[in-house]
Write a protein that binds this ligand. Sequence first.
Ligand code: GDD
Length: 402
Amino acid sequence: KVVAVIMVGGPTKGTRFRPLSFNTPKPLIPLAGQPMIHHPISACKKISNLAQIFLIGFYEEREFALYVSSISNELKIPVRYLKEDKPHGSAGALYYFRDRIMEEKPSHVFLLNCDVCCSFPLQGILDAHRRYGGIGTMLVIKVSAEAASQFGELIADPDTKELLHYTEKPETFVSDLINCGVYVFTSDIFNAIEEVYSQIRDASSNYQSATRSVPADFVRLDQDILSPLAGKKQLYTYENKDFWEQIKTPGKSLKCSALYLSQFRQTSPHILASGDGTNRKPNIIGDVYIHPSVKLHPTAKIGPNVSISANVRVGPGVRLISCIILDDVEIKDNAVVINSIIGWKSSIGRWSRVQASGDYNERLGITILGEAVTVEDEVAVIGSIVLQNKTLNVSVQDDIIL
Ligand code: GDD
């Protein structure tokens, strides 16, 4: 038997996701029409002998209650949300719930960060881990040297794949091979974390004062476990050859939505919308997800990279390109939405435009409307972030509307 743990973090971690994370925990924000954590969860479902999936976080239980009960029913796998009383760090949180996680005596525990977008080759990681031995195997990927410093950088033995050296977000370049935040461990990981706790408790050890800037019961998987265990024939790497992105900003979520939509094109094309503008069906271009409850006017033109959630109404002549439209939004006649995320219950007026600014890139420049924003008729909202419940009756550009 194996179990999977997905680290979902908590409200203080989602601040870069504002205004979307004001009323919805970041892990539940939809990408390609499904909550962010739906994608790793459905990848877990494919592992043979998977007994349970745990979500560990410090969000209120009620925020995940509906999702865990519906996904458990849908996948026929128990998915449980375990709430920490406060953050314990990525390894500390795992350790905190060790009895629950080990209840059914699994041989292996998968550990996944919630905020990565990936095809999650979990069975491949497990098979490789069984060949390597040791206490854990981590998914790694090559990125550009400039991008690497935002991640854990590492050096692996090219033949044995052993993790030889690990540094979390180093200031000077170590390697373009980085940690993807996806691991499999044997139960020995709990002994390794226990060991760190006892080092911290040990007053005679210089460990705490010399290297730690966090509370004594806070244990980070990367700095406190991976770095010291590197080069000891305990940890191994499995290189990801498929797509991988980290999802720290809403701009990244647009890109990740596109990646998951194109994955659906390969794995489950029936989820995607189709139509060529004839037979009263709208014109669909490229990969588009449309929830079955959406009311879409046949003269609308949608795509590529668009996902439209439940109960959205899209009027005549509307054009949507590269955007995420959340539940209960209304987009009125001839409005245009490009490179934007439209929050729940928002309304976009006739002949209005909502789009990224000219120098759009994945990090900044996209437009995000929070929940229940009203854009009146003939208003342009360009490269701006608009907080919830605002009404815009004049055009704005490169602005934050509080
Ligand atoms: N439950 C819980 N409790 N979850 C936590 C806590 C905690 O105290 N702290 C972090 N997390 C969750 C986050 O929500 C995230 O899913 C994951 O653990 C890792 O978060 P961080 O520890 O903040 O690290 P990071 O995301 O900046 O970087 C990590 O992931 C990168 C890949 O995305 C590192 O492991 C990097 O090396 C790695 O490249």
